[in-house]
Design a protein around this ligand. Structure first.
Ligand code: SAM
Length: 281
Protein backbone atom coordinates (compact mmCIF):
# COMPACT_ATOMS: atom_id res chain seq x y z
CA UNK A 1 0.00 0.00 0.00
CA UNK A 2 1.25 3.50 -0.92
CA UNK A 3 1.48 5.66 2.22
CA UNK A 4 2.11 9.42 1.84
CA UNK A 5 2.39 12.14 4.52
CA UNK A 6 1.26 15.62 3.47
CA UNK A 7 1.85 18.88 5.35
CA UNK A 8 -0.30 21.69 4.00
CA UNK A 9 1.51 25.08 4.01
CA UNK A 10 -1.61 26.89 2.81
CA UNK A 11 -5.10 25.56 2.01
CA UNK A 12 -3.88 24.86 -1.52
CA UNK A 13 -0.22 23.81 -1.37
CA UNK A 14 2.19 21.86 0.76
CA UNK A 15 4.79 19.08 0.85
CA UNK A 16 4.21 15.35 0.51
CA UNK A 17 6.62 12.55 1.45
CA UNK A 18 6.31 8.82 0.85
CA UNK A 19 6.36 6.93 4.17
CA UNK A 20 7.90 3.48 4.71
CA UNK A 21 6.55 2.89 8.23
CA UNK A 22 5.43 4.49 11.48
CA UNK A 23 7.91 4.08 14.35
CA UNK A 24 5.86 5.84 17.06
CA UNK A 25 2.49 7.54 17.27
CA UNK A 26 1.12 8.92 20.54
CA UNK A 27 -0.36 11.91 22.33
CA UNK A 28 1.34 13.82 25.14
CA UNK A 29 -0.50 16.39 27.33
CA UNK A 30 0.73 19.00 24.83
CA UNK A 31 0.58 17.55 21.32
CA UNK A 32 0.40 14.57 18.97
CA UNK A 33 3.86 13.07 18.41
CA UNK A 34 4.65 10.87 15.40
CA UNK A 35 8.02 9.53 14.30
CA UNK A 36 8.01 7.92 10.85
CA UNK A 37 10.49 6.42 8.41
CA UNK A 38 10.39 8.22 5.03
CA UNK A 39 11.76 7.04 1.66
CA UNK A 40 13.77 10.17 0.90
CA UNK A 41 14.47 11.99 4.20
CA UNK A 42 15.19 9.23 6.73
CA UNK A 43 13.38 9.34 10.04
CA UNK A 44 11.07 12.32 10.59
CA UNK A 45 9.42 13.80 13.69
CA UNK A 46 5.97 15.37 13.41
CA UNK A 47 4.23 17.40 16.12
CA UNK A 48 0.52 17.94 15.61
CA UNK A 49 1.08 16.78 12.04
CA UNK A 50 3.79 19.36 11.23
CA UNK A 51 7.38 18.55 10.21
CA UNK A 52 9.82 19.24 13.05
CA UNK A 53 13.01 17.50 11.92
CA UNK A 54 14.16 14.91 9.40
CA UNK A 55 17.42 12.96 9.55
CA UNK A 56 18.37 14.15 6.07
CA UNK A 57 18.06 17.94 6.42
CA UNK A 58 18.21 18.64 10.19
CA UNK A 59 21.92 19.45 9.89
CA UNK A 60 20.99 22.73 8.18
CA UNK A 61 18.62 23.90 10.92
CA UNK A 62 20.81 22.78 13.84
CA UNK A 63 24.00 24.26 12.37
CA UNK A 64 22.26 27.56 11.74
CA UNK A 65 20.31 27.99 14.97
CA UNK A 66 23.50 27.46 16.99
CA UNK A 67 26.81 28.42 15.35
CA UNK A 68 26.13 32.04 14.25
CA UNK A 69 25.49 33.04 17.89
CA UNK A 70 28.26 30.83 19.33
CA UNK A 71 30.83 32.30 16.90
CA UNK A 72 29.62 35.88 17.36
CA UNK A 73 29.79 35.82 21.17
CA UNK A 74 33.52 35.91 22.01
CA UNK A 75 33.36 33.33 24.82
CA UNK A 76 30.00 31.54 25.24
CA UNK A 77 30.09 29.39 28.38
CA UNK A 78 26.46 29.06 29.54
CA UNK A 79 23.91 28.26 26.86
CA UNK A 80 20.14 27.64 27.16
CA UNK A 81 17.87 26.00 24.58
CA UNK A 82 14.12 26.47 24.98
CA UNK A 83 12.26 23.73 23.11
CA UNK A 84 14.68 21.65 21.05
CA UNK A 85 13.56 18.32 22.55
CA UNK A 86 15.01 16.41 19.58
CA UNK A 87 18.47 17.27 20.91
CA UNK A 88 19.97 18.53 17.64
CA UNK A 89 20.74 22.03 18.97
CA UNK A 90 22.43 20.66 22.11
CA UNK A 91 24.48 18.31 19.90
CA UNK A 92 25.91 21.30 18.04
CA UNK A 93 26.37 23.47 21.16
CA UNK A 94 28.57 20.94 22.99
CA UNK A 95 30.92 20.80 19.98
CA UNK A 96 32.20 24.19 21.21
CA UNK A 97 34.98 23.34 23.68
CA UNK A 98 34.51 26.60 25.61
CA UNK A 99 30.87 25.80 26.52
CA UNK A 100 30.72 24.78 30.20
CA UNK A 101 26.94 24.34 30.60
CA UNK A 102 24.24 23.52 28.05
CA UNK A 103 20.68 23.54 29.44
CA UNK A 104 17.67 22.21 27.57
CA UNK A 105 14.20 23.35 28.73
CA UNK A 106 11.60 21.35 26.76
CA UNK A 107 7.94 21.41 27.82
CA UNK A 108 7.17 17.90 26.57
CA UNK A 109 9.07 14.99 28.13
CA UNK A 110 7.66 12.58 25.54
CA UNK A 111 9.57 14.43 22.79
CA UNK A 112 12.84 13.95 24.69
CA UNK A 113 12.08 10.31 25.49
CA UNK A 114 11.19 9.33 21.91
CA UNK A 115 14.04 11.37 20.38
CA UNK A 116 16.58 9.49 22.52
CA UNK A 117 14.94 6.19 21.57
CA UNK A 118 14.33 6.75 17.86
CA UNK A 119 16.45 9.74 16.69
CA UNK A 120 19.88 8.88 18.15
CA UNK A 121 21.86 10.91 15.57
CA UNK A 122 20.12 14.06 16.91
CA UNK A 123 19.64 13.14 20.57
CA UNK A 124 23.22 11.86 21.06
CA UNK A 125 24.11 14.71 23.47
CA UNK A 126 20.93 14.63 25.61
CA UNK A 127 21.15 10.93 26.47
CA UNK A 128 23.20 11.56 29.65
CA UNK A 129 26.55 11.09 27.91
CA UNK A 130 27.75 14.72 28.33
CA UNK A 131 28.15 16.03 31.90
CA UNK A 132 27.81 19.63 30.66
CA UNK A 133 24.21 18.99 29.58
CA UNK A 134 21.20 19.47 31.91
CA UNK A 135 17.62 18.64 30.91
CA UNK A 136 14.52 20.37 32.32
CA UNK A 137 10.98 19.35 31.38
CA UNK A 138 9.21 22.68 31.87
CA UNK A 139 7.61 25.63 30.14
CA UNK A 140 10.43 27.82 28.88
CA UNK A 141 8.54 30.93 29.99
CA UNK A 142 8.43 29.73 33.60
CA UNK A 143 12.06 28.59 33.47
CA UNK A 144 13.29 31.93 32.13
CA UNK A 145 11.51 33.82 34.95
CA UNK A 146 13.52 31.82 37.50
CA UNK A 147 16.91 32.21 35.79
CA UNK A 148 17.81 35.85 35.28
CA UNK A 149 21.32 37.08 34.32
CA UNK A 150 22.44 33.50 33.81
CA UNK A 151 23.25 32.82 30.15
CA UNK A 152 25.60 34.02 27.42
CA UNK A 153 23.41 32.59 24.63
CA UNK A 154 19.72 31.57 24.61
CA UNK A 155 18.24 29.69 21.63
CA UNK A 156 14.48 29.48 21.11
CA UNK A 157 14.18 26.23 19.21
CA UNK A 158 10.38 26.13 19.38
CA UNK A 159 7.43 24.99 17.36
CA UNK A 160 5.41 27.56 15.38
CA UNK A 161 3.51 30.23 17.33
CA UNK A 162 0.60 27.92 18.18
CA UNK A 163 -0.24 26.00 21.34
CA UNK A 164 2.44 26.09 24.07
CA UNK A 165 4.78 28.11 21.85
CA UNK A 166 2.50 31.14 21.37
CA UNK A 167 4.04 33.01 24.32
CA UNK A 168 7.56 32.47 22.96
CA UNK A 169 6.94 35.07 20.25
CA UNK A 170 5.64 37.86 22.53
CA UNK A 171 7.40 41.04 23.73
CA UNK A 172 6.93 40.09 27.39
CA UNK A 173 8.83 36.84 26.81
CA UNK A 174 11.64 38.66 24.99
CA UNK A 175 11.97 41.00 28.00
CA UNK A 176 12.37 37.93 30.23
CA UNK A 177 14.97 36.52 27.82
CA UNK A 178 16.83 39.82 27.85
CA UNK A 179 16.92 39.63 31.67
CA UNK A 180 18.05 35.99 31.60
CA UNK A 181 20.98 36.94 29.37
CA UNK A 182 24.19 38.42 30.78
CA UNK A 183 25.04 42.01 29.83
CA UNK A 184 26.58 40.92 26.49
CA UNK A 185 24.22 38.02 25.78
CA UNK A 186 22.74 36.87 22.47
CA UNK A 187 19.35 35.31 21.69
CA UNK A 188 18.50 33.43 18.49
CA UNK A 189 14.98 32.22 17.67
CA UNK A 190 13.68 30.33 14.68
CA UNK A 191 11.59 32.95 12.88
CA UNK A 192 9.52 31.05 10.31
CA UNK A 193 9.43 31.39 6.51
CA UNK A 194 9.91 34.82 4.86
CA UNK A 195 7.92 33.47 1.91
CA UNK A 196 4.80 32.29 3.78
CA UNK A 197 4.86 34.03 7.17
CA UNK A 198 5.35 37.78 6.57
CA UNK A 199 2.77 38.81 9.18
CA UNK A 200 4.20 36.53 11.88
CA UNK A 201 7.66 37.92 11.13
CA UNK A 202 6.49 41.55 11.18
CA UNK A 203 5.00 41.12 14.67
CA UNK A 204 7.90 39.02 15.96
CA UNK A 205 10.64 41.43 14.85
CA UNK A 206 8.65 44.42 16.13
CA UNK A 207 8.54 42.71 19.54
CA UNK A 208 12.27 41.95 19.38
CA UNK A 209 13.18 45.52 18.41
CA UNK A 210 11.23 46.82 21.41
CA UNK A 211 13.62 44.85 23.65
CA UNK A 212 17.04 44.38 22.00
CA UNK A 213 19.40 47.04 20.56
CA UNK A 214 20.61 44.75 17.77
CA UNK A 215 18.07 42.66 15.80
CA UNK A 216 18.91 40.99 12.49
CA UNK A 217 17.40 38.19 10.39
CA UNK A 218 19.40 35.48 8.70
CA UNK A 219 18.31 32.72 6.34
CA UNK A 220 18.91 29.06 5.55
CA UNK A 221 17.69 26.51 3.02
CA UNK A 222 15.61 23.74 4.67
CA UNK A 223 13.80 21.65 2.04
CA UNK A 224 11.19 20.10 4.35
CA UNK A 225 10.10 23.44 5.87
CA UNK A 226 7.42 25.60 4.23
CA UNK A 227 8.84 27.04 0.95
CA UNK A 228 12.36 25.76 1.83
CA UNK A 229 13.43 29.31 2.76
CA UNK A 230 13.70 29.48 6.55
CA UNK A 231 14.87 32.25 8.86
CA UNK A 232 16.30 32.96 12.28
CA UNK A 233 16.13 36.08 14.43
CA UNK A 234 19.45 37.24 15.91
CA UNK A 235 18.85 39.53 18.92
CA UNK A 236 21.86 40.86 20.80
CA UNK A 237 22.65 43.12 23.77
CA UNK A 238 26.14 44.07 22.53
CA UNK A 239 27.68 42.10 19.63
CA UNK A 240 26.62 42.53 15.98
CA UNK A 241 26.61 39.22 14.02
CA UNK A 242 28.47 40.75 11.03
CA UNK A 243 30.40 43.78 12.36
CA UNK A 244 31.72 41.90 15.44
CA UNK A 245 32.21 38.52 13.76
CA UNK A 246 35.66 36.96 14.22
CA UNK A 247 35.93 35.18 10.89
CA UNK A 248 39.28 33.59 11.74
CA UNK A 249 37.87 32.04 14.92
CA UNK A 250 35.01 30.45 12.96
CA UNK A 251 37.39 29.35 10.18
CA UNK A 252 39.65 27.56 12.68
CA UNK A 253 36.76 25.81 14.48
CA UNK A 254 37.89 22.42 15.88
CA UNK A 255 34.91 20.48 14.48
CA UNK A 256 33.27 19.78 11.13
CA UNK A 257 30.01 21.38 9.99
CA UNK A 258 28.06 20.36 6.89
CA UNK A 259 26.16 23.63 6.36
CA UNK A 260 27.66 26.44 8.48
CA UNK A 261 31.01 27.98 7.55
CA UNK A 262 32.79 31.32 8.06
CA UNK A 263 31.69 32.69 4.68
CA UNK A 264 28.09 31.49 4.96
CA UNK A 265 27.90 33.14 8.39
CA UNK A 266 28.18 36.50 6.63
CA UNK A 267 26.16 35.55 3.54
CA UNK A 268 23.18 34.30 5.60
CA UNK A 269 22.54 37.85 6.82
CA UNK A 270 22.29 39.17 3.23
CA UNK A 271 18.54 38.94 2.69
CA UNK A 272 16.28 38.94 -0.39
CA UNK A 273 14.41 42.24 -0.67
CA UNK A 274 11.01 40.75 0.20
CA UNK A 275 12.41 39.21 3.40
CA UNK A 276 14.02 42.53 4.32
CA UNK A 277 10.66 44.24 3.76
CA UNK A 278 8.88 41.75 6.05
CA UNK A 279 10.86 43.07 9.01
CA UNK A 280 11.47 46.70 8.05
CA UNK A 281 10.70 48.83 11.10
N1 SAM B 1 13.08 22.64 14.44
C1 SAM B 1 11.68 22.72 14.81
C2 SAM B 1 11.03 23.94 14.18
O1 SAM B 1 11.73 24.83 13.70
O2 SAM B 1 9.77 23.95 14.17
C3 SAM B 1 11.55 22.75 16.31
C4 SAM B 1 11.80 21.40 16.86
S1 SAM B 1 11.61 21.15 18.58
C5 SAM B 1 10.96 19.54 18.54
C6 SAM B 1 10.26 22.20 19.07
C7 SAM B 1 9.93 21.96 20.52
O3 SAM B 1 9.44 23.14 21.17
C8 SAM B 1 8.81 20.92 20.75
O4 SAM B 1 9.37 19.73 21.27
C9 SAM B 1 7.85 21.57 21.73
O5 SAM B 1 7.37 20.68 22.72
C10 SAM B 1 8.73 22.66 22.32
N2 SAM B 1 7.99 23.77 22.95
C11 SAM B 1 6.91 24.44 22.48
N3 SAM B 1 6.52 25.39 23.35
C12 SAM B 1 7.39 25.33 24.42
C13 SAM B 1 7.53 26.07 25.63
N4 SAM B 1 6.67 27.06 25.96
N5 SAM B 1 8.54 25.74 26.47
C14 SAM B 1 9.42 24.74 26.15
N6 SAM B 1 9.34 23.99 25.01
C15 SAM B 1 8.33 24.31 24.16
Amino acid sequence: MDLWYTEKHTDHSGITLRIKKTLFSGKSPFQQLDIVETEDFGRMMLLDGLVMVTERDEFVYHDMITHPALFTHPAPKNVLVIGGGDGGSIREIVKHPGVEQAVLCEIDGLVIEKSIALLPTMACAIDGSDPRVTLHVDDGIAYIREHQNAFDVILIDSTDPIGPAVGLFEEEFYRLVNGALKEDGIMVAQSESPFYHAEIQRAMYRNLRAVFPIVEMYQAFIPTYPSGLWSFAFASKRYHPVDDFDRQRAASRPFATRYYNEDLHLGAFMLPTFARENISA
